[in-house]
Write a protein that binds this ligand. Structure first.
Ligand code: UD1
Length: 419
């Protein structure tokens, strides 16, 4: 078992380079199955979710040559099976992208029921509705999802809820379908645009990604042959922006797209922090205790649920009482119980949490309850007085590349220990 030992009381300062976006990479990798050929993907984050997606691809017959630890040449010419290994696909959420991509490629798909962070009920009814609209039959039973279609035909789908995963998955299944598919009430997150850009670079015809309505004009095949670089990770950049505010520090975040973080920038300014944007860099600094604010999570361009816990750390030490309303996931306040062990004063009731700001946190043994909660607790450990021991690191390793090294380079006293 591994744990992080964080000696707190540090003001973070310096520069950090953001990796490729986890949520784009783990959709683009399954999307390579739609290509009858070779492509090169750069700026892949070196995280365990990417490694699992690559292993699943290899099991299906893809050949992957790593050029560097962040770029790979992927050959999907010979796909041998439409059955993605159940043990691997059951472990994490984004394995659902293998249903859309295998359906598109083989007209058949079989995966385990997706696992992932325990954030409450995580239905996939909108994915299934989209596949069925294109002509597939989908069965969910005995921990498996089995989909098949004689033929996929373009259709119009209205998403009952704005869903990142369903939007991408329907896009994947529609790329090689006959005719045009329209996805209405589509999600607009930067990684939706990135997956569409990847597929278009390989020969697809997808229009409107980043708006409410996406049109996918089916094409006969994707030839590949191109190189694509994954968009920078908006959530990782936001995590370091909030680490700067929480630690009353001064961090320059490099290789990021500031427009993707407009809602966070607005909140940081409201809390009394400073933000300076220049090209692909954002500098964030703060020299006083942050002020209270209220947050409501919402689909992009609203405040991302994936930055809710990191913001929760800032609000736990802000001046005054703040409220967070979590509108995407029903169980995303588990980290508040861990933060309370560190001296925070947070009351979570259903979708709402009340943060009575305290002057400071103090170190304690805590557990990463999910991926983003893990990042939040690292920030909490860095600003707390004393030593924090953080457990359940496998959650963090799923989505943050070299996280302790990046924080160490900013001055944090943090080491990983194997017990
Ligand atoms: C993705 C992200 C996750 C992020 C979330 C919201 C990946 C791999 N994960 O998750 O980090 O927290 O977006 O930004 O990209 N829903 C349904 N039916 C469905 C699908 C979703 O009711 O078929 C609901 C969910 O319960 C949730 C909401 O829609 O309340 C949003 O979920 P969705 O956008 O699909 O999240 P994921 O794609 O799983």
């Amino acid at each position: 078992m591994e744990k992080l030992i964080i000696k707190g009381g540090t003001r973070l300062s310096g520069e950090v380079v953001i990796s490729g976006a986890k949520n784009a990479a783990i959709a683009i990798l399954p999307a390579t199955l739609l290509i009858d050929g070779v492509c090169t993907i750069e700026n892949l984050p070196n995280i365990s979710d990417v490694q699992i997606q690559c292993k699943i691809l290899e099991e299906l017959g893809a050949k992957i040559d790593w050029i560097t630890s962040n770029s790979a040449r992927i050959d999907t010419t010979n796909i041998l099976s439409y059955k993605a290994p159940l043990d691997m696909t059951s472990k994490f959420r984004a394995s659902y992208y293998f249903i859309g991509s295998l359906l598109g490629r083989c007209h058949n798909a079989e995966t385990g029921l997706p696992g992932g962070c325990k954030l409450g009920a995580r239905p996939i009814d909108q994915h299934i509705k989209g596949f069925e609209a294109l002509g597939a039959t989908v069965d969910v039973a005995n921990g498996k999802i089995v989909a098949s279609a004689n033929k996929l035909t373009g259709s119009s789908i209205y998403m009952d809820t704005v869903s990142v995963g369903a939007t991408i998955n329907v896009m994947l299944s529609a790329v090689l379908a006959e005719g045009t598919t329209t996805i209405d009430n589509a999600a607009k997150e930067p990684h939706i645009v990135d997956v569409a850009n990847f597929l278009n670079t390989m020969g697809a015809d997808i229009r409107g990604a980043g708006t409410d309505i996406i049109k996918v004009n089916g094409v006969k095949s994707l030839k590949g042959g191109a190189t694509y670089s994954v968009v920078p990770d908006q959530i990782e950049a936001g995590t370091f922006m909030l680490a700067a505010i929480a630690s009353k520090g001064d961090i320059t975040i490099k290789n990021c797209i500031s427009e993707h973080l407009d809602c966070l920038t607005a909140k940081i300014l409201e809390m009394g922090g400073n933000v300076e944007e220049s090209g692909d860099e954002i500098r964030v600094w703060c020299d006083k205790r942050p002020q209270k604010t209220n947050i409501k999570t919402a689909p992009y361009p609203g405040f991302p649920t994936d930055l809710q816990a990191q913001m929760g750390v800032v609000l736990s030490i802000a001046e005054g009482t703040s409220i967070i309303s979590e509108n995407i996931w029903e169980s995303r306040f588990q980290y508040t119980y861990e933060l309370n062990k560190m001296g925070a004063n947070i009351t979570a009731q259903g979708k709402t949490a009340f943060f009575e700001g305290v002057e400071s946190l103090s170190g304690a043994p805590v557990c990463a309850t999910d991926l983003r909660a893990g990042a939040a607790l690292i920030i909490a450990g860095i600003i707390a007085n004393g030593t924090t021991e953080l457990y359940n690191l496998e959650h963090i390793d799923r989505g943050y590349e070299n996280i302790e090294m990046k924080f160490r380079n900013l001055g944090a006293n943090i080491v990983r220990i194997r017990e």
